[in-house]
Design a protein around this ligand. Sequence first.
Ligand SMILES: N[C@H](CCC[C@H](N)C(=O)O)C(=O)O
Length: 276
Amino acid sequence: MKVRFTKMHGLGNDFVVFDAVRQRITLDPERLRRLADRRFGVGCDQILLVEPPRLPGTEFHYRIFNADGSEVEQCGNGARCFARFVREQGLTEHDEIPVGTAAGAIRLHLEADGLVRVNMGRPRLAPVEIPFQAEHEAPLYDLEVAGEHHQIGAVSMGNPHAVLLVEDVETAPVASLGPAIEHHPRFPQRVNVGFMQRLAGDAIRLRVHERGAGETLACGTGACAAVVSGRLRGLLDERVRVDLPGGGLIIDWRSPDDVVWMTGPAESVFHGEIVL
Ligand SMILES: N[C@H](CCC[C@H](N)C(=O)O)C(=O)O
């Protein structure tokens, strides 16, 4: 069956987006993997489905699938692309769009300057909510990885993140340590792994090895998790510019009881049709 899609990206974190409101889309993990592969399909980090609402007070439901076919709870760059998509496709006329996800409802705001501002909700810090195996909640945890000792922050933005502080993101062992921590047994649902370099109280550099996708050019929930972890360690201010390989995001997080705000771009690249 032929279905229409739009190829989009948020700072180079790229997506295939389907309107599953006006189209009937059925995707199994193998089909998703082929779709995400640049040789057998379109090629992307994640696939996004725009569906009719499921939660009260929301206008749409939003499902996210990694390139490995796994369905996940949240995607920050994808949320911004979602907002751009539903406006461009005429699925809504609103500038403020409440959306349901597997992690609960979030609110997307299309700004006059073309950026998208997203209320990503409150970070989850209790180990059981991340999920991460630890006796008590703490800003830092000791983690043995392949015989080496590391200190990590552990934060959920609906999806799980480990955050490491490094001297220089350029030389950080993303390709080796990222997969090793992603599959660490203390993260029963695997984990995204962020490598954060502090530039100043209001600025960091970040690289992210993403669960189910590998290193991406940007990770929105990873940027949120890094700022939360940095603030819990007393290293960062309330407003932080996060420089990722694909570009910059602004993350605002006042205090543990507050939600995390993420502001950044979202772009459509091309439209196409594919046989599913
Ligand atoms: N790989 C993530 C999902 C995509 C998140 C990322 N692309 C973002 O912008 O937040 C996970 O398995 O939780």
